[in-house]
Design a protein around this ligand. Sequence first.
Ligand code: DGJ
Length: 380
Amino acid sequence: MNPLYKTLPLMGTLLASTILANNKSNIDINHYNTFIPKEIWKDNHGVHINAHGGGVIFDPKTEQYYWFGEHKIAGDAGNKAHVGVHCYSSKDLCNWKDEGIALPVSDDPESPITKECILERPKVIYNPVTDKYVMWFHLERKGRGYLSAHSGVAIADKVTGPYQFLHAGRINPGKWPIGMPEDQKKPLDKPFDDKNHYNQGEYTLIRRDFEGGQMARDMTLFIDQDGKAYHIYSSEENNTTHIAELTPDFTAHTGKYVRIFHNRLMEAPTLFKKGDQYYFIGSGCTGWAPNAARSGIASHILGPWKELANPCQGNDANITFGGQSTYVLPVEGKKDTFIFMADEWKPNNAIDGRYIWLPIEFDGDQPILNYKKTWSLNKD
Ligand code: DGJ
């Protein structure tokens, strides 16, 4: 072979990395004026933002927003965690600076967060009493599919990390939910029928998991005005959503929890407060495929919750415009202004997943989502 052919790929690689290196320093951080759902969303390095299933917090110390999400790699391998939780910062929510990996997965095969575990939907909150940033995430132990249904927690002194992994496991072992009928507070009297998950009685799964702790998969966090924090997650084989109170340092559960939207099979929970009302937006359960969003309202965080309608309107309202909820972000300093954050999943090439951020409108108590090709906080 002509030696030139041998060196060409190498030259191509060198050229590509030089362009990338130059781009890294050259991209103007303020290149976006609008949100453009489903488009490639470039960070300050010109690279598509890699923070899937994420959440955003406003940090009062730095007066900036921080977006945390799953760092995905290419192909369907990207549906497992190979890198960790990625963090980005922003002043205006449109332009994001890469802050690196806040919580890396571990090279230690014994670690619960070892490489190739499933680590999804990380959310970070700040605890003003301990002065720590606390990250919770859905964790599936390596090689066990989605059977572990664990939650993990990590803490940091700085919002961008590094986050130190503390522990992971099922939730509230040995605790019954608020409202559990006294005559149901007993272990299952016959073995659980694995082929017939949803038809074995209202409290079967709670009873099955009482001793080892309740399942938790898709999740979010919410801090109420009184400073108490809550973990909201899909439990009972995704059949029923739970809201569980966190301890004052936010790193564990107090044992107080409620079951909401019984047997409604929901995922991707989000929770926010407008005025005196609490609102929920979530999804149904269809794997990576989009489905119709759900919504709900309550006057107290622990319920009772009332299910409302699909908040989406217009074309593709029945599939959440191709996305699935991940977080609702209250915009700092703008009363009653909320951004609905959703993922457009690409399970065959996970790194290419897109983001659908939309403004939340209200029709009375009903949250409303209309798709917009492009929009900005100033104009909407
Ligand atoms: C839907 C969930 O919302 C995602 O977070 C992920 O767990 C997929 N299911 C896996 O199929």
